[in-house]
Design a binder for this molecule. Structure first.
Ligand code: EPS
Length: 398
């Protein structure tokens, strides 16, 4: 099993990720992780925080001489902003601090749409900062660090994961036909991760306008993984189905409200003949078992199992819940109507969400790989993979 956990508050000293189950012998450097951390920091519409941070990973365990050891990989990413927040976030009492007085920048006016209010009630906290610091999407830095190791593992088996933004704040971006061979090389060039320069210009104008209005925007990203073999995930049990695992992973990303695989909701509106993918023989196409689908409406998954076609997932993010022109709320200190707190934030973070969604997909797929191909060492995993792929290729051509 490949699994991970994260820890850290947005304005605390650092974020931590612990990743378990990566086989020994995978070449890994901090540069592999830092490249992904840098991609997550991109995107027009981010706030000033992204100019403060320059995310870089430190390996605390599990890596030696540029190779994984098979032991848990602990990763640390320091928050540069911590030095501005020590008084507010310090784990210990500060000297001369009144233990009963609220700390500077305490929050009692919860933001509609944020975890603030429900978290305060659930965890019995008087200061919403005790909730919002962890609810912040800053946490995704640690996820992306963990996922970068999984990407490295998958890349060795020819799996590529990319993303592009297909919608932002009411504006659609066109999907070029054919799609670029290297999706990320193309999308990384765009300030909004689209493949449509006209849409970029319109989105930038929209973000500027919405920023002036003190408001925020959401959007939709498409994430694609190619090079996957048929047979990851399983039809046998609800929690083995890969669609379900991908759905859960995507829905766990901050502000994500919807996930579609392949045609998604559109499949409900058409007939069976318009929703499924007819199959032709395609000798030599080993990863699919020597067949080809005429279309990819299923988005690479049938019955909870990869079919060897590209895996296509769409992820929808609501507008960020911190508005500079705040929405109405209740001040929990007084019980009176109030305007929600207006903390420094982003106008939109859809391009970053796309990179995070790539990461979550990498984590789910790496786990599905480990499940199918096992192995304490990379060499063992490779033997298992090669034996399986050659078996599938031979079997279906009979
Ligand atoms: C966030 C608010 C902003 C974002 C932050 C998420 O941070 P700050 O309050 O420090 O300005 O920049 O995102 C990140 C720090 C990040 O690394 O993505 C929030 O409240 O969720």
């Amino acid at each position: 099993m490949i699994r991970f956990t994260t820890a850290g508050e947005s304005h605390g000293p650092a974020l931590v990720a612990i990743l378990e189950g990566i086989p020994a012998g995978l070449p890994l450097t901090t540069a592999d992780v830092d490249a992904q951390l840098a991609r997550r920091q991109q995107g027009y519409g981010r706030g000033r925080r992204m100019q403060i941070e320059k995310d870089a990973v430190e390996f605390l365990s599990g890596v030696r001489r540029g190779e994984t050891l098979g032991s848990p990989i602990a990763m640390l990413i320091r928050n540069r902003d911590w030095k501005n927040w020590e008084d507010i976030m310090d784990a210990a009492e500060r000297e001369g601090e009144d233990a009963h007085a609220p700390r500077k920048r305490s929050v009692t006016r919860p933001r509609p749409g944020h975890a603030d209010l429900s978290g305060m009630l659930k965890y019995d906290r008087a200061d919403a900062r005790d909730i919002l610091e962890r609810a912040s999407a800053r946490e995704t830095t640690a996820r992306v660090a963990a996922s970068a190791v999984c990407r490295r593992l998958l890349a060795g088996f020819g799996v590529r994961i990319g993303s592009h933004v297909v919608h932002l704040g009411g504006i659609d971006a066109r999907r070029p036909d054919p799609m670029p061979d290297d999706l990320n090389a193309a999308a990384d060039q765009s300030p909004l991760r689209t493949l449509d320069p006209e849409a970029d210009a319109a989105m930038i104008a929209r973000i500027d306008e919405i920023k002036r209005a003190g408001n925020t925007l959401g959007g939709i990203a498409e994430v694609i993984a190619d090079g996957l073999p048929v047979g990851l995930g399983s039809h046998v049990s609800w929690d083995a189905k890969l669609d379900g695992r991908i759905g859960a992973a995507m829905m766990s990303i901050h502000a994500v409200k919807g996930v579609e695989i392949g045609m998604g909701f559109q499949a409900a509106r058409v007939t069976g003949a318009e929703a499924h993918d007819e199959i032709d023989p395609a000798p030599g196409r080993a990863l699919t078992g020597n067949v080809r689908r005429r279309t990819n409406r299923a988005g690479g998954l049938e019955g909870g199992i990869t079919n060897g076609e590209p895996l296509v997932v769409k992820v929808a993010m609501k507008p960020i819940s911190t508005l500079m022109r705040p929405l109405a709320t209740v001040d929990v200190a007084t019980g009176e109507p109030a305007s929600a707190v207006a903390e420094r934030s982003d106008v939109t973070a859809v391009p970053a969400m796309a990179v995070i969604a790539e990461g979550m997909l990498a984590l789910v797929l790496a786990n599905a790989f480990a499940e199918k191909f096992g192995g304490d060492s990379l060499a063992e995993m490779r033997r298992n993979y090669d034996a399986y792929v050659s078996h599938v290729a031979g079997r279906s051509s009979r």
